[in-house]
Design a protein around this ligand. Structure first.
Ligand SMILES: C[S@@+](CC[C@H](N)C(=O)[O-])C[C@H]1O[C@@H](n2cnc3c(N)ncnc32)[C@H](O)[C@@H]1O
Length: 243
C-alpha cells in the first residue's frame, strides 16, 4: 500500500513546529473557567491545556461515515468534537424515528480534556447518546466492548513531549499509535471501519506499516490544506484485509 503525498521541506517543518509551539502556548493560556471555540458551525468549551478543535480533523469530520444503528468509539477525543459529530448524527437519526441505537464512547488521557468533552456533551444536549471516559489509549475501554466505527485524531508527530499539553500533538516513539494498532482489532465489530486523521508532517509511512502489520487496508478519503506554513491534513478509512 502506498500513498503519495507532499512531504514538508526542512524549512516548512521548522515553521510547522514553531506554529505547534504557538498552539501549545495558546492552549496553556486558556482561563480555568474555560473558553468557547467555534468549529464547523458549533461551539466547544475547552479548559486549559486541551487541544482545540482545529484544522487537523476537518477532513475526517467531513468524510467519515456513521450509519443508522452503528456504535462509535472516539479515541483521543480532546474537547470531544469528533465524538460529538457522531453523537449529533445518532441524535438526528433518533429524532427522525430510527429508534435508540448504541452510543458513542469517547476517551482521552488528559483529565481537562475529559472535563471539556463531558461539559460539551451537556452543552450540545446529546447526553443520552454519548459517554466520556478518562483512559490511556484503550486501557479503560472494557474488554469485549465492541464498536462498528472507531474514530481518532491521535497525536501524529513523533517528537518528544514534555507534558500532557505537548502530548496533544506529539507522540514520542509513536507509542499511542502502536498501542492503538495492538489493541483495536478486539474492539472492532466484523465489517467495522476505522477513521484516522494524519498529516504530511505526521506519521503516514509508519501508519501504513502498522496497518499492514495488523492486516488493515488503508484508503485515503479526504484532504484539508492550510498555508503559511503549508500543511496537508488527511483522513483515512481502515478496514480488515481479511473481510
Ligand atoms: C490531536 S488531539 C485530538 C483532539 C480531538 N479529537 C480533535 O480532533 O480535535 C490528540 C488528543 O489525544 C490525547 N492523547 C494523547 N495521548 C493519549 C493516550 N495515551 N490516550 C488517550 N488520549 C491521548 C490528547 O490528550 C489529545 O486530546
Amino acid at each position: 500500500m502506498t500513498f503519495n503525498f507532499r512531504r514538508p521541506t526542512p524549512k516548512e517543518m521548522e515553521a510547522i513546529l514553531e506554529e505547534r509551539q504557538r498552539m501549545f502556548q495558546r492552549f496553556r493560556e486558556v482561563p480555568i473557567e474555560g473558553e468557547m471555540v467555534e468549529w464547523r458551525n458549533r461551539s466547544y468549551l475547552v479548559y486549559p491545556g486541551v487541544f482545540w478543535p482545529h484544522a487537523d480533523s476537518i477532513a475526517l469530520a467531513e468524510y467519515y461515515v456513521v450509519k443508522p444503528g452503528e456504535s462509535v468509539l472516539d479515541l483521543c477525543t480532546g474537547s470531544g468534537n469528533l465524538a460529538l459529530e457522531s453523537a449529533h448524527k445518532i441524535s438526528d437519526l433518533y429524532h427522525s424515528g430510527y429508534g435508540f441505537g448504541p452510543r458513542v464512547i469517547a476517551v482521552d488521557i488528559n483529565p481537562n480534556a475529559v472535563r471539556s468533552a463531558r461539559d460539551n456533551v451537556l452543552l450540545h444536549a446529546v447526553s443520552p447518546f454519548m459517554e466520556v471516559r478518562e483512559s490511556d489509549g484503550l486501557r479503560d475501554v472494557i474488554p469485549g466492548e465492541m464498536f462498528d466505527v472507531i474514530t481518532g485524531n491521535l497525536p501524529f508527530t513523533d517528537h518528544p513531549a514534555g507534558d500532557l499539553v505537548e502530548g496533544t500533538m506529539y507522540d514520542p516513539g509513536l507509542h499511542v499509535w502502536r498501542d492503538f494498532f495492538g489493541g483495536i482489532d478486539s474492539h472492532l465489530n466484523p465489517g467495522g471501519r476505522i477513521y484516522l486523521a494524519n498529516a504530511n508532517f505526521g506519521c503516514i509511512d509508519e501508519m501504513f506499516d502498522l496497518a499492514s502489520d495488523h492486516r488493515f487496508n488503508v484508503r485515503h478519503i479526504g484532504t484539508n490544506v492550510l498555508e503559511d506554513p503549508h500543511r496537508e491534513f488527511y483522513a483515512f478509512e481502515l478496514t480488515r484485509m481479511d473481510e
